[in-house]
Design a protein around this ligand. Structure first.
Ligand code: ZN
Length: 305
């Protein structure tokens, strides 16, 4: 399992083997484990083991004080950025995220369109994927079963993170993100590397209508129900393979099979390691809210020649 904690903060992060040693790129997907040694010890990061980075307006998990919660979220984002080797207090000012309303909308982030961290709740409306070619501008998506996709073109130096739940997947947001990289930044799909991160797997993602119909409409009947089907029937229940569906979208976009890494880590099966919306259960969600883990990607400034 590609969980690493060999960073400054000892923070446990999932990283893709394909992307881990790419020059000019840092990335990571957070787990629910607290760092061993808080980098910013003026706050008590050991208040809870639930290492939650969202601050996305969900009910504060395990904390009833909204100001304290916001402060803690900020500290965790600082530690996340520091674990990636970034100058956290500086780059947190440009940490950029979308509001994630399960759309297939992609935003290109230029020098003026950032700033979620200036107000921790602020993020780009109706956006589920963020792309940039600017260094030191970290992009974040948040997840609790929906797949994170990280994309990187090492030639044009363009990076993206994508929130691709079932609605985003049938809306083909992974394909839209690659097309955006091609059209706006001149990327060639054959150069793009991609990772499909921890998310609910075909082992556990039971679905009904309208998912079945929309998967069939988006991918066609043979992909949905044929050989290696995206929709699998077991003991009378239907399961959707989000990993295979997102892989198909990336292949359709022109990526090479060897340039796609599927983590194959199910958040429901590994609910001890990642937040899982489904695993936590409705009663618990209602009472305490639920946590979200983050996927962060950033281009780093190359030393000047
Ligand atoms: Zn599972």
């Amino acid at each position: 399992m590609a969980i690493y904690s060999d960073n400054l903060v000892g923070l446990a992060l999932f990283q893709f083997e394909l992307l881990r040693n790419q020059t000019g790129l840092v990335h990571g997907i957070s787990t629910r484990h607290a760092p061993r040694f808080p980098l910013f010890p003026h706050l008590e990061s050991s208040e809870t083991n639930e290492w939650e980075v969202s601050g996305g307006g969900k009910r504060p998990m395990l904390l009833n004080n909204p100001i304290r919660y916001a402060t803690l979220i900020r500290q965790r984002r600082l530690e996340f950025l520091a674990a990636l080797g970034l100058d956290a207090p500086t780059v947190i000012l440009s940490l950029t995220a979308g509001q994630q309303r399960h759309t297939a909308n992609v935003a290109c982030i230029g020098p003026t369109a950032y700033g979620a961290e200036l107000n921790w709740r602020r993020s780009l409306p109706d956006i589920d994927a963020v792309v940039t070619d600017l260094p030191n501008l970290p992009l974040m998506t948040i997840h609790a079963d929906c797949p994170p996709l990280i994309l990187f073109d090492p030639v044009q130096k363009v990076a993206a993170t994508v929130h691709s739940g079932w609605r985003g997947t049938v809306g083909k947001i992974g394909l839209v993100a690659v097309e955006t990289m091609m059209q706006k930044y001149g990327c060639l799909p054959a150069n793009i590397l991609a990772g499909i991160g921890p998310s609910i797997g075909p082992c556990c993602y039971q679905v009904g209508e309208p998912v079945l119909t929309q998967v069939c409409e988006a991918f066609g009947e043979s992909a949905a129900y044929g050989t290696n089907p995206l929709l699998q029937n077991r003991e009378g229940s239907w399961y959707f393979d989000l990993w295979a569906a997102n892989c198909l979208l990336l292949l359709e976009a022109g990526l090479l099979p060897t340039h796609i890494e599927n983590s194959q880590l199910c958040t429901f099966c590994h609910a001890d390691l990642f937040f899982s919306y489904r695993a936590i259960g409705e009663a618990q969600r209602h009472a305490n809210g639920y946590g979200l883990f983050g996927s962060i990607v950033a281009l780093t400034q190359l030393p000047s020649q």
